[in-house]
Ligand binder design. Structure first.
Ligand code: DI6
Ligand code: FE
Length: 409
């Protein structure tokens, strides 16, 4: 008992500058001369040192941050991190002038990742995913969302979700899993999208839910994937199973996916390059977060930008994520992602930082537990060797992380 007490005892990070990211605070919620006090993996106080209640500091082990900045641990709220192999060959084909269709006909595209994932064991998937996870963690990520979507049958979707869950045993990081069975049509479906959606809604989702393998359900609503009507069948089943939904929406065309997501009270709608004002208004009303994914926009050389001004005008919250995947965003740096969101889409530094902390937590339904430096939340911290927060967004390919604390450790 005594040993356990000591281990989980009070620790205080002092002499720090805080970007608390607290909702409602101005800008980043900056506290000069700040402290963060932690007990049992939870923040018990975050604020000015001068105002710290005596009880919060009594008998604490202290860490002198020497004026460094502390932000909430970063949250990557949209990844397809679990996959096998890679698609560098397709990248070379595209550089040589091949079109997406030509690549697909040569056996490329999502289906080639499906083939690789099906051939890999669960252990191999974990082994292949860890270096990508480590790259995220090295930049201060403390929570990562991981989607399935390269299995596309019950056994392989479950295998990939189990591999995703196991990442949390291998590394000090929180993992949220999302079932994206409605991602693409597998070859054995022979072009019958409706029959495949029946399989997703009737078999895959119920099996995934029965084993509690997913925290949410996602889909790809697009001409090259599934229609809004097909997505409603997936979402209806998700709701019946008690799972929150999110959606890859309006990435390549405007099928009004954002409005559809909002109608289902989705946690987030993601990509959104082609979303119109109606979609933005519906998202605002539903509290659906807009997850901005500049990595995919950059990598596929999209030219249509998500309507950031509409999101601002309607009060839609914006998250920023890597979309890490082998086909359209082989990106494992959330810091670089912030730079892209600022440079390509004009997000402000404050929006970028909120997008990888507070709003990312909101997009995962985790705002009660993570995403800001506030009492009662998980003690997930990133401590940075920087003079001002803008440096986290400004630099490209430079990592100023000094230390990362996950659940107080
Ligand atoms: N949108 C994307 O950009 C990726 N999935 C999705 O729904 C593509 C995934 C891949 O090509 O492997
Ligand atoms: Fe994605």
């Amino acid at each position: 008992m005594g040993g356990a007490d000591k281990k989980s005892g009070l620790r205080v990070w002092r002499n720090a500058r805080l970007a608390t990211m607290a909702d409602g605070a101005a800008g980043l919620g900056i506290v000069e001369k700040g402290v963060v006090a932690v007990r049992d993996g939870l923040i018990v106080y975050a604020g000015p040192e001068a105002d710290m209640p005596a009880a919060a500091g009594q008998g604490a082990e202290t860490v002198d941050c020497q004026g460094r900045w502390i932000t909430p641990g970063l949250i990557d709220c949209h990844t397809h991190l679990v996959y096998a192999g890679n698609r560098a060959n397709e990248f070379e084909m595209r550089l040589a002038g091949a079109t997406y269709e030509e690549v697909a006909r040569a056996g490329g595209g999502i289906v080639s990742s499906v083939k690789s994932l099906r051939a890999a064991s669960e252990d191999e998937l974990v082994t292949q995913t860890l270096p990508r996870l480590d790259a995220l963690i090295a930049e201060g990520v403390t929570t990562v969302e991981v989607k399935s979507g390269y299995g596309l049958d019950a056994d392989n979707e479950k295998k990939s979700l189990r591999a995703a869950r196991r990442l949390a045993n291998e590394r000090p990081v929180s993992v949220r899993t999302t079932c994206l069975a409605a991602h693409a049509l597998p070859p054995e479906a022979r072009g019958d999208k409706d029959a495949f959606i029946d399989l997703v809604a009737g078999t895959i989702l119920p099996e995934v839910a029965a084993e509690k393998l997913a925290d949410a359900v996602d889909g790809f609503c697009e001409g090259i994937a599934f229609s809004p009507e097909q997505m409603t069948r997936v979402f209806d089943r998700a709701k019946a199973l008690g799972l929150p939904v999110k959606l890859h929406a309006d990435q390549l065309s405007n099928l009004h996916g954002a409005a559809l997501a909002a109608r289902y009270g989705a946690l987030s709608a993601d990509h959104l390059e082609y979303t119109d004002e109606e979609g933005a208004a519906a998202m605002a009303k539903a509290g659906t977060v807009a997850t901005i994914l500049p990595g995919a926009y950059y990598f596929i050389r999209e030219t249509k930008k998500p309507p950031v001004d509409l999101f601002r005008r309607h009060g839609v919250r914006m998250a920023v994520a890597t979309d890490s995947n082998p086909g359209t965003s082989p990106l494992t740096s959330l810091l670089l992602t912030m730079n892209m969101a600022a440079t390509l889409f004009g997000l402000t530094v404050d929006e970028c930082l909120a997008g990888v902390t507070r709003e990312a937590a909101r997009a995962l339904g985790l705002l009660e537990q993570a995403g800001t430096l506030q009492a009662g939340k998980s003690a997930d911290l990133a401590i940075w060797d920087i003079e001002r927060p803008a440096e986290l967004v400004y630099r490209m390919g430079f990592n100023p992380l000094h230390a990362r604390i996950w659940r107080g450790q």
